[in-house]
Design a protein around this ligand. Structure first.
Ligand code: TRP
Ligand code: SF4
Length: 400
């Protein structure tokens, strides 16, 4: 009945490169055609690690949005916004913090990993420990069903699911739930009602899973129940109530196959990137000077493509027949390395052409981007507030 909603965020801690494009953004562009999509700039998440250099974040926020738009994320199809412009995320983060067991956060694999990886920085902060909780709030506030993330983020989604379950269990009881459930039991009729009660007690007091299954089967077989009553009785069995927060799924993004200029994974920290909107001259120069198979010292020395970073670019960009040409030409010294690089240069330039055009349009008219984000933030706030009304009510905070 409900359309699937997709949500994902990105931290504005540096400029985007082709690794981001092939790993994440191309995927977003495809998703926006199929689902209702919300994509946001996770500036608060960036502050958890960059609290001492906020200027880095400030500089990257708008550039990152331009990069998204350049890559083909379409504001007519997807909602784009900035996390800190939807302060409801912070409210939900706070409210969830009341019922989040500290151990769940302390045991998060990313917590210790990142602290070790960024050992030059003091990350024994309250905000950094709460990173996954803030992420959970981002997701739950939109009742997102699908969250595209990389493998490293899967524990955060699992944590979000557990938190949603815990929240629903604690606060998901509608007013008068108990009475309504008991009335529904009566409606089942004497014999069935008695059996339901027995099975429920066996499950709740002895943890008897078979009793739970039998009770569910019994409910499915009972004809004279309304939808609402049936849902209540399912909830009542397991002790839960109404579902307020929805459990999301991780939509695993396959790791980018995009190599860096030196053959390692493309990454800012290896200094081997091509920016998403790299200047043409710079791009041509970078590829022309990138290393090749070290065995090809002279033009007449044959080489082995598998030992050459350029070959990996051919794996991303070239057709089978072009690859064949590389294999033959390289191993026989029939082609030179500059010759071999030319089709790669052409392919990357071709890929970037529409991106560069879109980027120019947004770059030349910054109000376009400001307006897209303003609209997105407004839309996001409306959705966030729908959930927050339910959350505030469930937690007893809707005084009037
Ligand atoms: N933690 C994510 C990352 O480092 C970014 C992020 C923040 C996010 N909030 C999110 C991703 C919500 C998906 C959903 O990549
Ligand atoms: Fe690499 Fe191509 Fe040169 Fe072979 S010919 S070493 S694959 S750049």
């Amino acid at each position: 009945m409900f359309a699937e909603r997709v949500l994902s965020g990105m931290r504005p801690t540096g400029s985007l490169h082709l690794g981001h494009y092939h790993g994440v953004l191309k995927n977003w562009v495809e998703l926006q055609n199929e689902y209702e999509c919300l994509f946001f700039v996770a500036d608060w998440h960036a502050l958890t690690t960059h609290y001492d250099t906020p200027e880095v974040i400030e500089k990257n926020v708008w550039d990152m949005v331009i990069d998204w738009l350049a890559a083909g994320v379409d504001p007519a199809q997807a909602t784009l916004f900035i996390q800190s412009r939807v302060p409801e995320h912070a409210e939900l983060h706070l409210l969830l913090s009341m019922m989040t067991p500290l151990g769940w956060l302390e045991r998060m694999p990313t917590y210790k990993d990142q602290q070790e990886k960024l050992s030059g920085k003091d990350l024994s902060t309250y905000g950094f420990l709460g990173y996954p909780l803030l992420q959970a709030a981002d997701i739950l506030i939109y009742r997102a069903n699908q969250v595209p993330v990389g493998e490293d983020q899967v524990p955060h989604i699992e944590f979000t699911r557990e938190l949603a379950r815990r929240f629903n269990h604690l606060y998901g009881r509608e007013p008068g739930f108990e009475e309504k459930a008991l009335a529904a039991v009566k409606k089942m009729g004497g014999k069935k009602a008695k059996l339901y009660e027995e099975l429920r007690t066996r499950f709740q007091q002895e943890g008897d899973d078979e009793a739970l299954e039998s009770a569910k089967a019994l409910l499915n077989d009972t004809q004279n129940l309304s939808m609402g009553d049936r849902e209540r009785l399912f909830g009542y069995l397991e002790g839960g109530g109404k579902m307020i927060l929805a459990e999301p799924q991780a939509l695993l993004t396959v790791a980018s196959k995009m190599p860096g200029l030196d053959g390692q994974k493309m990454s800012k920290s290896y200094n081997n990137t091509l920016a998403l909107r790299e200047e043409q001259d710079s791009l041509v120069k970078k590829i022309r000077t990138m290393p090749t198979d070290p065995a090809r010292v002279r033009r007449t020395d044959p080489g082995t493509p598998e030992k050459c970073p350029v070959w990996q670019f051919h794996m991303v960009y070239s057709t089978d027949s072009l690859r064949q040409w590389v294999q033959e030409g390289c191993t026989s010294a029939g082609i030179g390395c500059l010759e071999c690089k030319q089709p790669v240069i052409d392919a990357v330039l071709e890929e970037q052409k529409p991106m560069r055009e879109r980027a120019r349009m947004y770059h030349d008219d910054p109000t376009l981007v400001r307006n897209i984000i303003a609209d997105g933030c407004e839309k996001a706030r409306e959705l966030a507030n729908e959930t927050m009304r339910d959350v505030r009510e469930a937690m007893g905070l809707n005084y009037s």
